[in-house]
Design a protein around this ligand. Sequence first.
Ligand code: NAD
Ligand code: DAU
Length: 334
Amino acid sequence: MKILVTGGAGFIGSNFIRYWLKKYPNDEILNLDKLTYAGHIESTSDFAENPNYKFIKGDICDSGTVDSVVEGVETVVHFAAETHVDRSIVGPGPFVVTNVIGTHILLESALRHGVKRFHHISTDEVFGSLELDSGKKFSEKTIYDPRSAYAASKASSDHFVRAYFQTYGLPITITNCSNNFGPFQDPEKFIPRMITDLIEGRDVKIYGDGKNVRDWLYVEDHIKAIEAVLTKGQPGQTYLVGGMTNDISNLEVAKMVLKIFDKDESSIKFVKDRLGHDRRYAVDWSKIEKELGWKPEHDFDSWLEKTVSWYRKNEWWWKPLKKESEKLYAKMGQ
Ligand code: NAD
Ligand code: DAU
């Protein structure tokens, strides 16, 4: 099978390609990535020479490039996006362009070339924010209520993807996943930012009161969910994907990371809150469990420790990126 992965030099995309090439050695993977500030060719170095893998530097908003790459492809796995909420607060424009227009250009091309499956990677953030301690969870039936420009752009892309199924019969599937963590995540994101700050001897930064809740999933579990949908999922369907953490606050996550470093709470610095900061995410993943037999396998505690070890061993990868992300936070006062 010939698969087009978009955004395969990013965090989840590069982990997906590594996993897929190993498990399906007869498949061919094309990786179309613009290498924005978030795309790191170094994240692909261990599989770059695989004869079944090809990297194409290009923009999903460039229909000529997209058309030439999609020709002959059976499956599209679409990760490419602007992904950082804080950046969408500073400058929403690129989120509209890549996440909405870029997705539309890919859909058009997939339809023209008779792609057999268009899998769109989306987020639980499209559903908005839940109340703390409400016990509620997002499900496939939850009404969209995006509250950041990032979430609004992903919500819009989800609607376009579904419209191409309803109107033109393009065989699409969508996964809306919760917060991932693991190797090769840019140090601009919460967990790797804390880990790399601690390795460099700085305090960890907590937005607001630290009571915000995220639903954490180890990246390989997300990839296995995508695999389940690609191999067993029904065209036109959406599946929510989430982790095993049970209402763990950012402050509690920070304390766990500090414990791994043998540090106490004096290494926590509370900083300005994120504008429009979503309070709580929690995902009901019973549909994908019931219908496709997927469930998370990697527990948070031990895979958080393994993730810390990975960052300790791979300073060559994150050191140059850290400088860039901290410039952004300095500007934002965070
Ligand atoms: P990332 O920011 O690490 O990587 C994004 C990749 O897309 C980069 O390699 C970048 O160069 C590429 N890209 C950006 N704009 C492009 C364009 N116009 N053309 C081609 N390539 C472009 O992102 P990630 O965290 O790996 O997220 C991947 C996908 O998963 C996104 O769609 C995101 O919305 C979704 N998602 C992420 C999470 C998470 O916790 N990280 C959770 C749920 C869903
Ligand atoms: O829910 C899925 C989403 O998870 C994905 O769609 C996004 O692409 C991904 O970036 C992530 O979004 P979040 O905004 O939840 O992740 P982030 O790592 O930026 O922040 C996680 C939480 O930690 C959030 O409540 C903000 C807080 N935070 C973040 C940073 C960077 C801090 O308290 N301190 C920090 O330094």
